[in-house]
Ligand binder design. Structure first.
Ligand code: AMP
Ligand code: TRP
Length: 335
């Protein structure tokens, strides 16, 4: 059975983008994979996080993963900082990855913005830690949204260079799983920007915890153009906002984009948005309700995460110990 690893940052409330690009696929993979799903708090602090908020959002993210349908008994849900193997392997990868490779990362350029000198060193080496997350488990399949493709290519470059430099075949090749009609959900305010939980505008996104009326109003107010919906996919060319809403509809309903357009093409956006709002509420309301139920007992969430971290460590520790041996480190003392 192949091992799956994926992560999500506790840097806000999960969005419809996280759900469609990642979490929904995490749930589907459980049937025939051994899965590890990680709340990546080490990644989150590459930009400033208020400590109390970080604690809260870590529990919220764990609750969201479970509420979406991940089974933490059969699979593993945990917080990254609780498994030291991630940071230990990341350090080795900091010494394998080349500055030239990191300089090409578009997410760093986006997140660092104009004032690159003020970005944290952690934000720069973020992809090395991500490679360590996956490779500490010898995981081979990684379900992510489209924005993470470049990071996973880098992870494979790191694994190959490690294997080459240390004359081994120790690290496997990672296969990114970028699945579905909405692997890149865009902002509701700007069809050229991805929907993000850290966008300053709450109107730009649907949060998994949004109330029904909030979801409906955000979708009704979503930016669109003045033309009616096209009847065929080719007509979405150059219409980023329309393409985004049609993609979301298709992903949530399981109906192909062509069929969605066959039904709504030629009409204005109002009726389509009403249908999309109803569909979104229908899919997200049960998740939000389950999240609220889980969050009422934070002690239970902590116990799930601790148990997950212990099981994750049991897998990663021997793998990272072997990587350390390959590098030439003396063994760690047995405790
Ligand atoms: P993050 O929110 O950056 O921690 O991302 C967690 C997961 O959600 C990753 O697999 C991302 O690729 C995915 N993701 C985040 N935003 C979007 C989006 N707007 N559309 C599709 N997938 C997304
Ligand atoms: N960098 C990913 C994101 O922001 C989250 C992440 C961290 C991840 N480690 C990972 C995803 C390992 C997949 C595998 O979306």
């Amino acid at each position: 059975m192949q091992r799956v690893f994926s992560g999500i940052q506790p840097s806000g409330v999960p969005t419809l983008g996280n759900y469609l690009g990642a979490m929904r696929n995490w749930v589907a993979l459980q049937a025939d994979h051994e899965c590890l799903y990680c709340v990546v708090d080490l990644h989150a602090i590459t930009v400033w996080q208020d400590p109390a908020t970080l604690r809260q959002q870590t529990r919220e993210m764990a609750a969201a993963i479970i509420a979406c349908g991940v089974d933490p008994e059969r699979h593993i849900v945990f917080h990254q900082s609780a498994v030291s193997a991630h940071a230990r392997l990341a350090w080795i990868f900091n010494c394998v990855a080349r500055l030239g490779w990191l300089n090409r990362m578009t997410q760093f350029k986006d997140k660092a913005g104009k004032d690159r000198e003020a970005a944290s060193a952690g934000l720069y080496v973020y992809p090395n830690l991500m490679a360590a997350d996956v490779l500490a488990y010898h995981a081979t399949r990684v379900p992510v949204g489209d924005d993470q493709r470049q990071h996973l290519e880098l992870a494979n470059d790191i694994a190959q260079k490690f294997n080459h430099d240390y004359e081994t075949t120790f690290f496997p090749v990672i296969e990114p799983l970028i699945i579905g009609e909405a692997a890149r959900v865009m902002s509701l305010r700007d069809g050229t920007k991805k929907m993000s939980k850290s966008d300053p505008s709450d109107q730009s996104r649907i949060n998994l915890t949004d109330e029904t009326d909030v979801i409906a109003s955000k979708i009704r107010r979503a930016r669109t153009d003045a033309e009616p919906l096209p009847s065929e996919i080719a007509g979405l060319e150059g219409r980023a906002e329309a393409r985004n809403l049609v993609g979301i509809y298709s992903a949530l309903s399981g109906i192909s984009q062509a069929e969605v357009l066959a039904e709504y093409g030629g009409q204005g956006f109002a009726g389509f948005k009403d249908a999309l709002a109803a569909l979104t509420v229908d899919k997200l309301a049960p998740i939000a309700a389950e999240m609220r139920r889980l969050l009422a007992d934070p002690g239970h969430i902590d116990r799930v995460l601790f148990a997950g971290a212990a099981r994750a460590s049991a897998i990663a520790d021997p793998i990272v110990a072997e990587a350390q041996a390959l590098v030439g480190f003396l063994p760690r003392p047995q405790v």
